[in-house]
Ligand binder design. Structure first.
Ligand SMILES: Cc1ncc(COP(=O)(O)O)c(C=O)c1O
Length: 458
């Protein structure tokens, strides 16, 4: 069996090093990167660096490439649209790809009744639109968000985001009227952190159900202690937390959340920016819950690689923002819309939802084998092909592994041909977002590299 990874130089090679040095001289120091590699071209699950090395991409450009790098239909659609019209601005005139994409998104979003779609450029922008829509529709201001949540880097979305030291240090004051509640992170919920380290929630002998109940209790308490439900415009939730560590929300918690939103007239906003577009084995993760949100936010893999996002919701909500209160120079850019239409069509035609379940199963088996082999693999979790491993220094206490060791795993993998990124509130996880078109052989080859990378730190 011929290998897909082809390493011809040391990694990073001389040309990667040269370009990265130019990047560092010309871009701000705070702009991080998980590998020291510079990429020239890519196809499917593989990228070629500046030195001609062929590497495997387990990040999918952070969840953007479910259809694979440079999917042919996407490339063709971009070229054809660019030949005809690159930009018009939706605030000036109407274009066919923009309308066709809005219609398509309304058709596929799992919310019943008449829907409308506001198309924008980044996930953060679409999250902001969802929040502003909820405020305009309810006349309320408060927003409930979850610990571990990540919603973007604009001031409002950063205010909604967790993980202070990494994403927020030095940037305050943040937007007001945001209330943060614990997420049902059952691997850790109920854990007590004492000055000497972590006391395992297992030592408290709590079942996952009991931990979920405790977290739900905190939610209900927040509606008394922090804000009253009648003041809340929206709850925003990722069905599977992304940056927070690929943690699926338990079904029962989601059901109660929906029930609470309905009871108090709170807009339920679901952020599917990372978990949407077939990643979890269904087009949208919410389809695993059989629960309808009021507004769904999507981006990343929706565009096949082009920057595009959308907030799609019930028409009577989406129509609540006043005329002129919503827009943007590049919203609905025809080239990005054509690319998104081709990407969604590819997801459907190539049955990428089924593919996600199939290759997700293989990847999960490999991770569970690694969990048996290495004590530092504390948890393997996720949904479909949205999978992560959480590393711990001690399986009993669940004390997070030193983040430097997780960085070392990522670096070892990169030096041996696999691009990876970390995740998790404690920066002690690695997440798998390989293109869904990856072949089985490629997946095993990449997993071998990951396994060797973990072995290198134990
Ligand atoms: C769940 C979630 N929401 C929102 C965002 C923000 O998207 P963007 O980086 O396109 O602004 C991200 C980005 O990683 C995300 O994972």
């Amino acid at each position: 069996m011929s290998k897909s990874i082809q390493i011809k130089t040391e990694l990073p090679g001389p040309k990667s090093r040269e370009l990265v040095a130019r990047r560092e001289a010309s871009m701000p120091a705070g702009y991080a990167k998980s590998t020291p590699l510079a990429v020239k071209r890519a196809h499917g699950a593989m990228v070629e660096d500046m030195d001609g090395n062929v590497l495997m991409d387990f990040t999918g450009g952070i969840g953007v490439l479910n259809v694979g790098h440079n999917a042919q239909a996407v490339v063709d659609a971009i070229k054809a649209q660019a030949d005809e019209l690159i930009h018009a601005c939706g605030l000036v005139a109407t274009t066919e790809p923009h309308v066709a994409l809005a219609e398509k998104l309304c058709a596929i979003t799992p919310i019943s009744g008449h829907k409308k779609a506001m198309i924008q450029n980044t996930g953060a922008e679409a999250v902001e639109t969802a929040i502003l829509t909820a405020r305009a529709a309810t006349g309320r201001q408060a927003i409930i968000t979850f610990e571990g949540g990540y919603h973007g880097r604009t001031l409002l979305t950063q205010s909604l985001t967790s993980k202070y030291a990494l994403f927020k240090k030095g940037f305050g004051p943040f937007a007001p009227e945001i209330y943060r509640v614990p997420f049902p992170y059952v691997y850790r919920s109920g854990a007590v952190i004492d000055p000497k380290g972590f006391i395992n929630s297992a030592s408290l002998k709590l079942s996952d159900e009991q931990k979920m109940e405790l977290t739900w209790e905190s939610f209900e308490r927040a509606l008394i202690a922090q804000v009253m439900p009648e003041a809340v415009a929206a709850v925003i939730v990722e069905p599977v937390q992304g940056e927070g560590g690929f943690i699926p929300m338990p079904r029962e918690f989601m059901r109660r959340l929906r029930e609470t939103c309905t009871r108090y007239g709170i807009v339920m906003i679901v952020d599917e920016v990372q978990c949407g577009m077939a990643r979890t084995g269904k087009l949208f993760a919410m389809q695993h819950y059989d629960i309808e949100p009021d507004i769904m936010v999507m981006a990343k893999s929706m565009g096949g690689g082009m920057p595009i996002s959308a907030a799609v919701g019930r028409a009577e909500l989406m129509d609540k923002i006043h005329l002129g209160g919503i827009g943007g120079t590049y919203s609905g850019n025809p080239v990005a819309c054509a690319s998104a239409l081709a990407a969604i069509d590819t997801i459907e035609k190539e049955n990428l939802c089924e593919r996600a379940q199939y290759i997700g199963g293989i990847a999960c088996d490999r991770m569970r084998q690694m969990q048996e082999r290495f004590d530092i693999v504390g948890d393997v979790r996720g949904m479909g092909a949205m999978l992560a491993m959480e590393f711990v220094a001690n399986r009993d206490t669940k004390q997070p592994l030193d983040p430097a060791k997780t960085v070392a795993i990522v670096q070892h993998a990169a030096a041996n041909g696999v691009l990876m990124i970390r995740c998790g509130l404690y920066s002690n996880g690695i997440r798998f977002l390989f293109p869904l078109v990856i072949t089985e052989d490629q997946l095993h080859e990449g997993m071998d590299v990951v396994e060797a990378a973990i072995a290198s730190v134990v």
